[in-house]
Design a protein. Structure first.
Length: 293
């Protein structure tokens, strides 16, 4: 009986800190500071893939943060979901600040428009092996944290893999891009959901080469283009495409901007604010050095 109760307790309160192994703590104060103690930063991988949206990360993927993410993802330490979600929420706020949007801005008719968090999906076989989808779970925790602090946010898990892809581990940056090219698509009806909310923030637990976020952004932009051209989305959404994202192909040609272009209450013109940006819990340490030559 004592052993059964101990196992049940460990599901709620792990036997050791997910970052450093300190006994009886989900995350000890030192590891919590490593995860949430610094201001989220804009990050860029090296090399930076064409079409990658502006990305913000809460922490460097190293030491305690790396251990916590791996414990959550690979060992199913679900008690880490809340602190990881809080870290992601901070990165989302930073991304929206740079984009000129808020967490729950109002549209032109005065309605509060939630930020739409779109998680990058894990491969189906990985979800089966792990027993959960880490990015989606953390996204849900981030949305709860944003709402708890007065924002408006919802998770739209509208991306799906169109075909199987090879295991990304061991692949280089170029190989990862090739491996994921065309792999993601928005589910039927997802375009209507994406067009009916506020800014779209792609979210993931980790960014290394940026290949996954680049492919996710391509899939969302393709759906927006199709919805606008065929008139399947609301009229306001079609207006947004022409005013805010006039050319998704421009980013594919590496015509990089300093950030998403915003129109509407924050940018003028009376058009609904609509941004595509990205936020992650952690990114490779090198990606934090965005001012390098």
């Amino acid at each position: 009986m004592r052993g059964w109760w101990q196992d049940l307790t460990d599901l709620v309160l792990p036997a050791e800190c997910g970052g450093c192994g300190t006994a009886r703590s989900v995350l000890c104060p030192r590891c919590r500071t490593a995860l949430n103690g610094g201001a989220p930063r804009r990050v860029r991988p090296v090399p930076e893939p064409p079409g990658l949206p502006v990305v913000h990360a809460a922490a460097r993927y190293a030491d305690e943060v790396r251990a916590a993410l791996l414990a959550h993802k690979e060992r199913g330490v679900l008690a880490l979901t809340a602190p990881l979600g809080a870290a992601l929420a901070g990165a989302v706020r930073a991304a929206l600040r740079e984009a000129g949007a808020g967490v729950g801005d109002t549209g032109p008719v005065g309605r509060r428009r939630p930020v739409l968090l779109v998680p990058v999906p894990s491969a189906r076989r990985a979800v089966r092996t792990r027993g959960h989808d880490p990015a989606r779970r953390i996204a849900l925790a981030a949305a709860r944290e944003l709402r708890r602090t007065g924002g408006s946010a919802r998770v739209l898990a509208v991306l799906r893999q169109r075909h199987a892809v090879a295991d990304q581990s061991g692949l280089g940056a170029r190989q990862r891009l090739d491996n994921l090219a065309g792999a993601l698509a928005v589910v039927p009806g997802g375009g209507r959901l994406l067009g009916g909310g506020g800014p779209v923030v792609l979210v993931d637990d980790l960014m290394t080469t940026g290949a996954s976020l680049t492919e996710a952004a391509r899939a969302v932009r393709a759906e927006r283009t199709d919805s606008a051209e065929w008139g399947t989305g609301p009229a306001t959404y079609r207006t947004v495409r022409s005013a805010v994202y006039p050319s998704a192909a421009g980013e594919g040609r590496e015509e990089r901007k300093t950030g998403p272009r915003i129109a509407g209450p924050n940018g003028g013109g009376g058009v609904i604010s609509e941004a595509i940006c990205a936020a992650v819990v952690a990114a490779s340490p090198d990606s934090f050095e965005i001012n390098r030559n």
